[in-house]
Design a protein around this ligand. Structure first.
Ligand SMILES: [Zn+2]
Ligand SMILES: [Zn+2]
Length: 619
């Protein structure tokens, strides 16, 4: 994208800007300031990235120019100096003075107010690359290119920028920093504005628009290439959720309709109170320090129902809600449940290849990558499974999640196993949170039993399975349970299947991320055609099978952290009919992760008991 750098005088004061459509910019300033305005436009146009760079250098300077048209020459000198300081290859520049009188003589094409409103609405809360701008408009039935020589869409964009309805920004932000490794010389550091990636994920290549090498972001390349000179349009979202209905603390209207358990109600109520209180702070014009709220809910707690009150609360006040989840299958699973619960609101689902890509809904359910197409769009952002792929160790999606929330909005994080950094924030009181220590069926979580076995490598090498392990597996089969057997890596799946097939009389199968038949096998396991399923952590989440027992072999493997162990253990005892499933950690050693997992499970049970949530305590 090319932009024209120009200076405008309003009264006696000069300021620097860049424009994507000069005629529209002139019209705007003269309409607002008439003969009080004067413009100096500089040619040639430069790339957007260069325009922003040179403007940053110019804004550090003074803005009092000589009076009259002599200003043009003086401003030109300023620009040449700034361009040289930035190392811009463009230039030398020429200045062109545009006066009110000369502008009045030129005819100008007016823009259509209806089209403008439609465009601003379509872009509201979005973060779009140039090619996406047109797709987004086309979805609204707007085509701005047909039959015109002048690129009209740029005129509309320019006007929207001047009105403050959109922000026209380069895809990569640049900051000038002194680098001690280069003798404290100033150098530019780029950062991707969509995914937050820094120089380690940026690549440099020749760019025709810049006339020099310019960087692009490799981290979010699957969502379109974003260069330092790419146009990124951020639409300013309409005002957020309005008044506070339930600030007095009566939330029964939001908690009532969903058939929540006692523990779920308690958690949702605390979340609602936080939601209301943090909005109150904003209303009083104070900075809100913490707008995040963690719901730390055990596996099988029924977290989807717990978020219904929040959705209802925000939607009822005219706000917009985003539910972000790591996997597409979860989006597809949530969609009918949310749609049924909130018939009166439009629900939009977004994932790679989704048909509703350009719809604006009150409730949006999206996979995490889709977040990059939004900017400060939502009053409430609910992030499911914050510790799961792709958030885990992926700062990029955490960045995107922060970007999509309105400045006065709030983020609710859901997790059964929050990562250490989040747990630390909780322990230090830096993150508001609530624990849901009990499953919906109100039975305690099964405690893992530790048994000592040789390592899998030894068992496979000797072609003999440990007796103590085999006895327990056989007991599980005999009691009619479905048996999950977790191993640390794919290479161990088939050998373990082989060992077990020789010893147990029921059908044993194995599956992993590389298995094309995985969905079919999981289906057969649910239907009890397969009784023992050997797998990797690929099935640690999301797969819930009634009456299951869980065996984790090589539980001392470095590949199993405490979160993975808790998640795998969480497959057991999920149904009301068989709430006390069996969990076995089989390993040569007991590691810290195993102890930590046991500690977390015990702690949740203890809290549940103390708060009277467990069935055994019920009168
Ligand atoms: Zn470029
Ligand atoms: Zn990026």
């Amino acid at each position: 994208m090319k932009v024209g750098v120009y200076a405008v005088r309003t009264g006696t004061h000069w300021s620097w800007h860049y424009t994507v459509h000069e005629q529209t910019a002139c019209q705007y300033w003269f309409e607002h300031y008439a003969a009080d305005a004067g413009l100096v436009v500089f040619e040639p146009f430069v790339s957007l990235g260069q325009g922003v760079r040179v403007l940053a250098a110019l804004r550090r300077g003074v803005e009092v120019a000589p009076p009259g048209e002599a200003a043009a020459g003086w401003l030109l000198e300023q620009l040449q100096a700034a361009a040289a300081a930035c190392g811009l290859p463009a230039g030398p520049f020429a200045a062109r003075w545009v006066s009110y009188a000369s502008w009045r003589r030129a005819s100008s094409a007016g823009l259509d107010a209806g089209t403008y409103r439609c465009l601003v609405e379509a872009y509201s809360g979005r973060s779009l690359l140039q090619e996406e701008l047109h797709q987004c408009l086309a979805a609204q039935g707007l085509v701005l290119e047909a039959g015109r020589e002048e690129p009209t869409w740029l005129a509309y964009l320019e006007l929207a920028q001047l009105h403050g309805d959109v922000e026209l920004t380069p895809g990569l932000g640049a900051r000038s920093e002194r680098d001690w490794r280069r003798g404290f010389r100033r150098s530019l550091r780029y950062r991707c504005k969509r995914c937050g990636s820094g120089s380690d994920r940026l690549f440099w290549s020749w760019c025709a628009s810049c006339g020099e090498d310019c960087p692009y972001c490799e981290a979010c390349l699957t969502m379109g290439r974003v260069r330092s000179c790419s146009l990124l349009v951020r639409g300013v979202a309409a005002g957020g959720a309005a008044s506070l209905e339930a600030a007095d603390g009566d939330f029964s209207a939001y908690l009532g309709p969903w058939g929540l358990s006692e523990a779920q109600t308690a958690a949702s109520l605390e979340g609602l109170r936080y939601l209301a209180s943090s909005r109150v702070c904003v209303d009083r014009g104070r900075e809100v320090a913490a707008r995040r709220f963690l719901i730390w809910a055990v596996t099988g707690a029924g977290k989807t129902e717990m978020i219904f009150p929040f959705i209802q609360y925000i939607a009822a006040q005219g706000g917009r809600v985003l539910i972000a989840t790591p996997r597409k299958d979860v989006v597809l699973e949530l969609q009918p449940r949310i749609s049924r619960a909130f018939e009166e609101y439009q629900v939009v689902t977004l994932y790679g290849g989704s048909e509703e890509r350009w719809e604006q809904g009150v409730i949006t359910i999206a996979t995490t990558h889709q977040l990059m197409r939004f900017y400060q769009a939502f009053d409430l952002v609910i992030i499911d499974e914050i510790d799961a792929f792709p958030y885990h160790n992926n700062p990029m999606l955490g960045f995107a999640a922060d970007q999509v929330c309105k400045p006065d909005g709030m983020t609710i994080l859901l997790s059964a196993t929050p990562p250490p950094a989040v747990r630390k924030a909780v322990a230090r009181g830096r993150l508001a949170h609530v624990r849901v220590p009990v499953r919906f069926h109100r039975h305690p979580l099964p405690l893992p039993r530790f048994i000592q076995t040789p390592s899998l490598r030894k068992m496979v090498g000797a072609q003999r399975i440990s007796r103590s392990l085999l006895v327990l597996v056989q007991q599980s089969v005999e009691r009619g349970a479905q048996v999950f057997i977790f191993v640390p890596n794919i290479q161990l799946v088939e050998p373990v299947v082989g060992l077990l097939r020789r010893e147990v009389s029921v059908r044993v199968e194995g599956t992993s991320s590389q298995d094309d038949l995985r969905t079919d096998k999981v289906q057969a396991f649910r239907k009890r055609d397969i009784r023992v399923l050997v797998t990797t952590t690929i099935l640690e989440r999301g797969v819930t099978v009634p009456k299951s027992d869980v065996f984790i072999l090589d539980a001392d493997s470095g590949l199993f952290d405490d979160a993975a162990l808790v998640q795998m253990a969480g497959r057991a005892g999920r149904s009301k009919e068989d709430p006390a499933g069996r969990v076995v950690f089989a390993a040569a050693e007991v590691t810290r992760s195993q102890k930590e997992a046991l500690h977390q499970i015990r702690t949740m049970n203890r809290i549940a008991r103390k708060r009277g949530f467990l069935k055994e305590d019920a009168k």
